[in-house]
Ligand binder design. Structure first.
Ligand code: GTP
Ligand code: SPV
Ligand code: MN
Length: 592
């Protein structure tokens, strides 16, 4: 038996995985700069990474994925539970045995002639009571270097695991990169993740969606907490009090942007500030004070590059100016820096995301729409002082939202916790480039967790209801829905978005504090137009336009109710009664 570590379970599993994958050698990632630097040099020598201009972008590198490997592959992502019903109607399912049998030959000898990197990582502050440990085995230096940014990696994690501590077992191999044999498989009953034939982000950085959402949501249900696809931000008022909000939007629907929001000048002048605790994942549990507390288990940002600029998200841009890995963006050959659509003036001499010469006037996009930056959280100018607090922050409001050109108003508030769970469960959003497949198609994406829930979605909703039932009403976060993406009939966004979303957050916080009135509609509480502050954007948003974005069209909602009913029917009698009751209330309200 190998004795690479002090943990006997880990050593036994390593033996098994080494026998399966047959690496030429095994390297333990210790978290030191020396080791990381040597790996960067090796990746540059092999072409896996390209070293960017170290004066302008110190510590920054560019990586290009295979052209057929640029996003998560939801149709090849599986939840492997013994019983099919436990995965539920919204997940792809295989039995664990079938899946292990199918994938074992794909992994066999897949590391031959290559190095196995053993990455010990912690989701959450190392050794803290809420942190969970994982080991990822990979044949990719790109994965190692990304994990070093996105999670807390190294021997400290092995120390925290001790001699017999548990860990999530992650096995990744690029193998042959055959897209017809690409699989992202989760075994929640075995704390295991197997990912093969991909080298892209969410498919292979196993701490992120695979562990911190799919496996963690399953663990959370069993252990009484929640793993959510949510950003966490703090809003500091001029008196210095900070209120925290957690918000779930589907992939590429604005979490990173909202998490790092810079308040408009009029708010900044008064002394308002926004602090980022997390931009993608929240682990949420009831604290000793009876409130819900949310912590970000990650240590970096894997953010969408296109659209990020000095106006839309200066904090994200600043986060990418050092020690960042860029994936599938444009290389500016004049000065060895990077570019993407929306960043500003396009470079004259450039290579596109595929590495081909690119002409900015060609009409073809240079960066892939799902090109990304992997940036350390410490780089973010507005990182919260609570970022390293293992318990996280107390949540005043939970916000759901998606891309809806029509229907959903700019913001509305649920009438109760259970109504809020209903509001989350009926979320729908236009699909984006974050996953392979068609873009712009409206689909149901409950709580932005459709691709990330590791068990039956109906049981997940019941878990939400149970969590709420365990909270005193005055301590439970208030639940809202927002839509930054409403469009007019010509396809123009009706709301300026980005920093101006602060105006909506202000209303949300005031509602939590009971400081502002609202209009009750069939779907919940909507702001009175005069309560959304338009000072400074009167030219962009007229009073009438605001009224239009806040409007609730009952006839459109009647069609929506039919869609919800069809969606709910998929869950049969596993659907929580509280949700069918809420649907009936909605239908009754619409008839009034
Ligand atoms: P994932 O990392 O995939 O989970 O995405 P995300 O939810 O963090 O999305 P992100 O903040 O990266 O935004 C994705 C896209 O939405 C970018 O192209 C943004 O420019 C755009 N976007 C973000 N916020 C707004 C907004 O308020 N209004 C408009 N119109 N677009 C926005
Ligand atoms: C998402 O798609 O929601 C992301 C990017 O945050 S990935 O890590 O690829 O899942
Ligand atoms: Mn995400």
């Amino acid at each position: 038996m190998s004795n690479l570590t002090k943990n006997t379970k880990l050593n036994a599993w390593l033996d098994e995985m080494i026998a399966l994958t047959n690496p030429a050698n095994v390297v333990l990632i210790d978290g030191t700069d020396e080791q990381a630097e040597a790996l960067r040099a090796e990746a540059c020598a092999s072409g896996e990474l390209f070293k960017l201009n170290q004066e302008k972008l110190p510590g920054c590198y560019l990586h290009r994925t295979a052209v057929n490997d640029v996003a998560r592959v939801e149709n090849r992502t599986f939840i492997c539970t013994t019983k099919k019903e436990d995965a539920g109607p919204t997940n792809n399912w295989m039995s664990p045995k079938e899946c292990y049998d199918k994938l074992t030959p794909l992994f066999r000898n897949s590391y031959a002639g290559k190095t196995m990197y053993v990455i010990p990582y912690s989701m959450g502050v190392v050794g803290s009571p809420f942190a969970k440990n994982g080991i990822e085995l990979t044949d990719s230096i790109y994965v190692v270097l990304n994990m070093l940014i996105m999670t807390r990696v190294g021997t400290a994690v092995l120390d925290a695991m001790g001699t017999d501590g548990d860990f999530i077992k992650g096995l990744h191999a690029r193998a042959t990169m055959d897209e017809n044999n690409r699989y992202i498989c989760h075994f929640p009953e075995d704390n295991t993740i197997w990912s093969v034939n991909s080298g892209y982000g969410g498919n292979v950085l196993l701490g992120k969606k695979c562990f911190a959402l799919r496996i963690a949501s399953y663990l959370g249900r069993n252990e009484g907490w929640m793993a959510e696809h949510m950003l966490i931000l703090g809003i500091e008022n001029p008196e210095g009090e900070v209120k925290y909000v957690a918000a779930a939007f589907p992939s590429a629907c604005g979490k990173t942007n909202l998490a790092m929001l810079i308040p408009p000048a009029l708010y900044a002048k008064k002394g308002y500030k926004v602090w980022c605790v997390g931009d993608d994942i929240a682990w949420i549990r009831k604290g000793p004070d009876g409130r819900l507390w949310a912590a970000n288990p990650e240590n970096g940002f894997f953010g969408v590059a296109p659209g990020t600029n000095a106006k839309s998200n200066p904090n994200a841009l600043a986060s990418t100016r050092a020690n960042t890995i860029f994936t599938n963006v444009v290389l500016n050959e004049d000065d060895n820096t990077v570019w993407w659509e929306g960043l500003g003036e396009a470079p004259e001499n450039a290579l596109d995301w595929k590495g081909q010469p690119w002409n900015k006037d060609s009409g073809v996009k240079g960066a892939h729409p799902n090109s990304r930056f992997t940036a350390p959280a410490v780089n973010c100018p507005c990182i919260s002082s609570e970022f390293e607090n293992p318990a996280g922050v107390p949540i005043s409001a939970i916000v759901f939202g998606g891309r809806r050109a029509k229907l959903a108003p700019l913001v509305y508030q649920s009438r109760s916790w259970n109504h809020g769970v209903f509001v989350g469960s009926i979320m729908a959003s236009e699909t984006t480039a974050a996953a392979a497949g068609a873009v712009g198609v409206v689909r149901r994406d409950p709580m932005a967790m459709l691709p990330f829930c590791g068990y039956n979605m109906a049981d997940y909703w019941q878990h939400w209801i149970d969590i709420g039932a365990g909270l005193d009403e005055d301590k439970a976060p208030k639940i809202f829905n927002v839509n930054w993406f409403r469009k007019d009939d010509d396809g123009n966004f009706l709301w300026p978005g980005f920093g101006d979303n602060m105006r909506v957050l202000e209303w949300i916080i005031k509602r939590c504090e009971g400081k502002v009135d609202a209009e009750e509609t069939a779907i919940g509480f909507v702001p009175k137009a005069e309560d959304i502050n338009l000072e400074g954007i009167e030219d962009e948003v007229s009073e009438d336009q605001l009224k239009e974005i806040l409007s609730v069209d009952n006839s459109l909602w009647e069609d929506e109710a039919k869609g919800i009913e069809e969606f709910y029917a998929k869950f049969g009698d596993r659907l929580p009664k509280a949700l069918s009751d809420e649907l009936n209330t909605l239908k009754a309200n619409l008839e009034k």
